[in-house]
Design a binder for this molecule. Sequence first.
Ligand code: PLP
Length: 396
Amino acid sequence: MIYADNAATTKLNKEAFEAMIPFLLEFYANASQPYSFSRKAKRALKDARRTIAGCINAEPEEIYFTSGGTESDNWAIKNFCPQTDIRHIITSPIEHHAILNACKSISYNSQLSLLSVDSKGIVSEKSLLEIFTRPREVVASCKNTLVSVMLANNEIGTIQPIKELCEIAHSHGAYFHTDAVQAVGHIPIDVKDLGVDMLSASAHKFNGTKGIGFLYIKKSLGIIQAFHNGGMQENGLRAGTENVASVVAMAYALKSNCDNMNKNISHLKLLEDAVISILDKEHIDYLRNGINQLPGNVNLSFKGVEGEMLLHRLDLKNICVSTGAACDSQNQKATHVIEAIGVPDEYKYGTIRISFGFENTMEEAKVIANALVSIIKCSGNNTCSKRQKILYTRLS
Ligand code: PLP
């Protein structure tokens, strides 16, 4: 099996797994208890917080453990200010649904503004400036404004000009959050240099376990409200018994990825280049979506082909990738990201995302590219026939 869907989730780092076992079987005490048996768990949480903070140039007390990216995003969007305050949220149309749906859920007391993105998926700084210079009365009732723009897009991998966007936001008195779920552990991140007030991360995207993540909250952001209420864990802002074992694994995995980052980035770039050069050599008609992508992200739209057909044909060859389009009987749909960047109709339904991880080999990259070439060349008019669809449905 070739797994090339690392943007969806990654394999747990084996040493991180080993590091968590003692906290499940031996030092399983509740970290909040006062007796000495809980000391190891308490110490492990403290060390993990320091390790994670070190990886993004934060202070340990600025790291709040959560259940993952979705929770971190929901916390930042819904609770960045008192719930009774009417707020203005400025975000982009290519955010993950964790952001977009969190925004929708508070539409009863918030105003939402969407930034523009260009055809490569770069969020426009100009459109942020324009929103801030709208006539005052349009946003006059909003006491607090939050700009939330993802650090790197989960479909097309585009890395956003966060530092610049953040400077614009701050110069207009707004707060800034970035969903860095796809970026943490994959590219260098320095929260002080970026200037962000909050940053979301999720361990299963950087070889930790699922169901654990963190929200970085800048010390000076006094306005933030508790995510949910209960005990005094996480400084009283995120109650609930700490998941010590998963936190330990998360810190281990993140440190390991950060220590090996340069080596991994060079390796992933070679895999990307191998796919592209095989497609070009075989004169395949495709567009590569995004620009300044995350290492290992290859998002491609093939002309006149259905992405879902490609996904299932690759699956038959034991290759796992993602699709950026779904073909459901008569209706073809591209994702909100592919739509937002305006991929032309004849290409957009043929979108797939290959996302390599550092364990993928050059051989695997070539197998994927050659498989794509043979599927595309054999697919005639490249549409999902009814028979293929029945077969794929049975298989999935
Ligand atoms: N934000 C982005 C950009 C993501 O890619 C994902 C997961 O795919 C999430 C948020 C949600 O993270 P989690 O799966 O940890 O809830």
